[in-house]
Write a protein that binds this ligand. Sequence first.
Ligand code: SAH
Length: 245
Amino acid sequence: MSEALPPLSPEELLRRGAAALGVPLAPGEVERYLRYERELRDWNARMNLTAAAEPGEVVVKHILDSLACFRVVSAGAGVRVLDVGTGAGFPGMVIKIHAPETPVTLLDSTRKKLAFLEHLSDVLGLSGVETVHARAEDAGRDPGYRERFDLVVARAVAELRVLLELCLPFVRVGGQFLAMKGPRGDEEMGPAARALSLLGGERERVESLSLPFGAGERRLILIRKRRPTPRAYPRKAGTPGRWPL
Ligand code: SAH
């Protein structure tokens, strides 16, 4: 269970939370996250993008949670990043804001979420954000996306064995896939062992961390791609979830 947040402004939660995570923020970065939170709240009032939440909760449970990925991976100009099932941009948009030189692709099957992310990208003055409206199973077969990314990330999309089939096809051999999971994430490793080896991945490390302000435990599962993914994967849209490997 997570505890109630301390009575701090969203700005203070961001500053102190990032420091507690050990992820230093650049000048101007906090303002961008605050604008992100405001835009998300504004769009949420008109279309349901995420479960409604207080600003402090969004800052801690979405933004700081996304920033935690920097505990295990790095980004930058030479690192092509793809966020599969990005939703309202977590963690992909946070990666872009924290490391703006990084070319970031945000993929989701829901058009309105991508419309929000395009708007956000404009108001924050970000460049080098690509949105892709597709099912991961379809984009993963497209030569323009298949095995093209150095780092693929996903948060709250599917259980690990399903997620591996959706995500590993996008990773270049030698690249990484990061699954951002809750406290029981490591329990998904066993059932995912077969998928991992079929798809050409290898476990690199699993990092356990506590979000600041008692907001919960996280498991960051980092996979290294060692071999190309066989052409049979991903199977057609819907199959990975219905009949997991
Ligand atoms: N990563 C975000 C959103 C999680 S909700 C976050 O952590 O907040 C899951 C998202 O994945 C939804 O936006 C849904 O549209 C998308 N999604 C689920 N299955 C998908 C698939 N097969 N291909 C593409 N997007 C998918």
